[in-house]
Design a protein around this ligand. Sequence first.
Ligand SMILES: NC(=O)c1ccc[n+]([C@@H]2O[C@H](COP(=O)([O-])OP(=O)(O)OC[C@H]3O[C@@H](n4cnc5c(N)ncnc54)[C@H](OP(=O)(O)O)[C@@H]3O)[C@@H](O)[C@H]2O)c1
Length: 261
Amino acid sequence: MKKIALGNTHLSVSMLGLGTVKFGRNQQVNYPQAFALPSNKEIIELLACAQDLGINLLDTAPAYGSSEERLGPLLKGQRHHWVLATKFGEEFVHGASQFDFSKEAAQKSIERSLKRLGTDYLDIILVHSNGEDKKIIEEQGVFSTLNEFKQAGLIRAFGMSTKTIEGGLMAVEQSDIVMVTHNPLHSAEQAVIAHAHKHNKGIFIKKAFASGHLQKISGVDPVLEAMRFIYQEPGVSSIIVGTLNPEHLKHNVACANQLME
Ligand SMILES: NC(=O)c1ccc[n+]([C@@H]2O[C@H](COP(=O)([O-])OP(=O)(O)OC[C@H]3O[C@@H](n4cnc5c(N)ncnc54)[C@H](OP(=O)(O)O)[C@@H]3O)[C@@H](O)[C@H]2O)c1
């Protein structure tokens, strides 16, 4: 799996990353089918499979239920292999999302992520937007807060998972990495990817397969088509795909590798 420099950070990431929502949360999610949370054994096998296939990027969040808590012990002894991305701002409590983008919340959340993930530094922290991107950036001062954590050495890079074009453009200018939705059914945020390319900033793609609704994407192999559509954008750093199925993971890597030949 090809690795590339993540914007102007010093991080190098595989062009396919592993999303971990499904490791810890199966309520209030948009996947086509209900699913049981995986066992520790299944997660260990998926992580080993991802590592064997050359994936070095893991994306988690406090809002992904028990994802962070479960990953920590299972990553013991292999911290050096992974670029760990987590988030702050959203919490999933008793089946509902709660948001707090204050400096105090950032501090508490980052300290808890470090503890849960069993590490003394996080590679990436993204602001987990509730959709009010501009307001969060302008009124909460999230990027200057995160910059303080970066200067203190607790995080290597920071950015935002955005939901609006305006917010995405602002995040490109004021942070290191922006996570946007981009797939053949949703290309409205392409301008953010182009802006990041121009400014040499990192771009992560979420919901590349429309959260698993692959039947809505045309083509003989919708996985290949979705990836072809996404990688044609020169600003894309890595596609973060979530899966619990090692065969799906292998197929996703095969498609990505085919497109990079
Ligand atoms: N920051 C945010 O606001 C935000 C929001 C959403 C997601 N994300 C991040 O982005 C990641 C991906 O987003 P997502 O999970 O919503 O959507 P996605 O990657 O578009 O789709 C994941 C779904 O696709 C299925 N899938 C994966 N590979 C497949 C294959 N080869 N064939 C058939 N089905 C396949 C998975 O099911 P199987 O388990 O059956 O493979 C899973 O249900 C998340 O895990 C998370 O890390 C971030």
